[in-house]
Design a protein around this ligand. Structure first.
Ligand code: 3EB
Length: 333
């Protein structure tokens, strides 16, 4: 079983799609970048075969299988590159993609860096007319380390929310993932559209933005999932999902139980979104220990079948007791 099972379908009517590919498979896909929104690298810097206009960011996470993997976001209309401040991005008719490699900072400086970065993202969104962020990925180095009296993830949450307070047009935050990098610079990337997605919460969990102060002075600003219906085929973005019930982590040090609880949470949020139609799924799985991979993979196959993409990454989950976190992207087929 390859680390990322991948069926090479044509995009056709699908307005947005992701592929997780190794370098040799990606090479062919990158020959024509006209509909490529952007590329994220895991365990690799920018590949030499990727033409310069296409945005690329190297994420500070490595594939659990070793080697390199690329995440390719493709759409069905032509993409043009747009760079604005620290954001390198693209716009198609329906979607925008952007990425920022962060300067390392500590403590209050980290809060300021995150605040400035999110303000720059909103500048990009306003300038391009893609005013609705659909999905953020936040990969933060040393995410659980304490810096100047506060955990780095908590400084991050304060900086992000300060930007959302003044610039986010929607009442509820978009879907997101927040994961600790294992090497190299922190990175943020995002997808945006002209109209917002509909936020979806998980009935088994307290909304992250309503977490009590025990998790930090500023609760994390993300929705558990969102549904985007403005394209011909509905899309669903599921945020990083872990073994959390209510607001509490469950099953510390019990891998099988954390896997089962995480899958229950995925089912719950899919149910809350009302997704029943068959479609294409892509899962990104963050593992505290690469050795967890086979056990998680068999559980995911039992739960969802083998015909979807899976990308396994070694990352630090933002609570010390959590062993894995799973995010997903769905497009009705
Ligand atoms: C949690 O449920 C796990 O801060 O953007 C998951 C998804 C997590 C997104 C974020 C954090 C974020 O609290 C961590």
């Amino acid at each position: 079983m390859p680390d990322a099972a991948n069926d090479q379908k044509q995009l056709g009517d699908i307005a947005l799609d992701v592929s997780y590919l190794d370098l040799s498979s990606a090479r062919a896909q990158c020959a024509d970048i006209s509909k490529l929104l952007g590329v994220v690298g895991y365990g690799t810097e920018r590949p030499d075969f990727l033409p310069p206009p296409c945005p690329f960011i190297s994420a500070p996470l490595k594939p659990t299988a070793g080697g390199a993997m690329l995440e390719l976001w493709q759409t069905s209309s032509p993409c043009r590159a747009v760079t604005l401040g620290p954001v390198t991005g693209t716009c198609s008719d329906d979607f925008a993609f952007g990425a920022i490699a962060l300067q390392e900072a500590r403590g209050k400086d980290l809060e300021e860096t995150i605040h400035a970065t999110y303000l720059a993202i909103f500048d990009f969104l306003e300038t391009t007319g893609f005013t609705a962020p659909l999905r953020f990925w936040n990969y933060l180095s040393d995410i659980t380390r304490e810096d100047a009296g506060l955990e780095r993830y908590r400084w991050f949450n304060i900086g992000r929310q300060r930007a959302f307070d003044v610039r986010l047009r929607e009442a509820l935050p978009p879907a997101a993932s927040g994961v600790g990098g294992t090497h190299g610079a922190s990175a943020i990337y995002f997808l945006a559209a002209h109209a917002p997605a509909r936020p979806v919460e998980n009935p088994r969990q307290v909304s992250a933005f309503a977490y009590p102060p025990v998790y930090g002075p500023q609760s994390p600003s993300f929705s558990r999932a969102s549904i985007y219906n403005a394209t011909a085929t509905p899309l669903m973005f599921i945020s990083g999902t872990a073994s959390i019930i209510g607001h509490e982590s469950r099953h510390a040090d019990d891998l099988p139980a954390q896997i089962a609880e995480t899958i229950e949470n995925l089912h719950a949020v899919i149910g809350a979104a009302g997704i029943t139609a068959p479609g294409r799924w892509a899962f990104k799985i963050y593992l505290r220990n690469p050795a967890f991979r086979d056990e998680v993979d068999s559980a995911l196959i039992s739960a969802f079948g083998a015909f979807f993409q899976r990308l396994y990454l070694h990352g630090e989950i933002c609570r010390a007791e959590l062993m894995l976190e799973i995010e997903a992207f769905y497009t009705a087929a």
